[in-house]
Design a protein around this ligand. Structure first.
Ligand code: ATP
Ligand code: MG
Length: 242
């Protein structure tokens, strides 16, 4: 469903992504690992064109997103990609259910009653149905992140992109968010996840991609990448994090 061809992204003279080709099949869970500053976030942001690629193609449902200028067509394709960030980014002045139902109503023109119904079902799914009327600041980090996941799901996306969804959390909150993501993976959602949680990657990913120096240096099953890395860069990285 996503086909990335010779993706390149530079900021001024800084060549962050040099030449990346990869594809994501429907229902696959991809975990992207790699050292800090290697371009993982930039890569994810290129996938939904929050950053415009410098060169290359991102074919999503048959359309090259990289060739589109900001505008209606790009927005409509972006709506099919849910994104969850490290810092939740919930709207602080809205309660939980308002956060979840806003985009379906505003962007899709869904009726408030329907958005509310879907929103409550999604909150149920992430274990927060009883928190619908609370404001984000009254929730723990783990709960806020689960609301952010429900909010992204409310747009009924074809693929979910996660950028280090647990790195801003206190250790005791990490498990509940990973559990929510694991349930989502089991339900068949296509997911691309930048993460430092190697245990999660090993257990849940269909494919692990190791990024360093502007390239995907390794792509394979968790077993292949964690047990039999081929590049020195990956061996070195894994020796430090495993
Ligand atoms: P981390 O693990 O710390 O989150 P990362 O792998 O996500 O790192 P990126 O945030 O993608 O790495 O950054 C890769 C490089 O791109 C860095 O050198 C960063 O300074 C640069 N960069 C990222 N975004 C921009 C931007 N908007 N303008 C200029 N440079 C940028
Ligand atoms: Mg990052």
């Amino acid at each position: 469903m996503l086909d990335i061809q010779h993706l390149k992204k530079t900021f001024g003279k800084n060549e962050v992504l040099k030449d990346i080709s990869a594809s994501v099949e429907k229902g696959q869970v991809i975990c992207i690992i790699g050292p800090s500053g290697s371009g993982k976030s930039t890569f994810l942001r290129c996938l939904n064109v929050l950053e415009h690629p410098t060169a290359g193609k991102i074919i999503f449902d048959g359309t090259d997103l990289a060739s589109l200028k900001d505008g209606k067509e790009l927005d409509q394709l972006r709506e099919k990609m849910g994104m969850v960030f490290q810092n939740f980014n919930l709207f602080p002045n809205m309660n939980v259910i308002e956060n979840v139902k806003l985009a379906p109503m505003k962007v899709k023109g869904m009726s408030e009653a329907k958005a509310e119904k879907i929103g409550l079902e999604l909150l149920e799914k992430v274990g927060l149905a009883d928190r619908a009327k609370q404001f984000p600041t009254s929730l723990s980090g783990g709960q806020q992140q689960r609301v952010a996941i429900a909010r992204a799901l409310a747009m009924d996306p074809e693929v979910m992109l996660f950028d280090e969804p647990t790195s801003a959390l206190d250790p005791e909150m990490v498990g509940e968010v990973l559990k929510t993501m694991k349930d989502l993976a089991s339900s068949g959602m296509t997911m691309v996840i930048v993460t430092h949680e190697m245990g999660f990657a090993r257990e849940v990913a269909d494919q692990v991609w190791f990024m360093a120096d502007g390239y995907l240096q390794e792509k394979g099953t968790p077993e292949e990448v964690f047990e039999h890395p081929t590049s020195e860069r990956a061996k070195d990285f894994l020796a430090k994090v495993l």
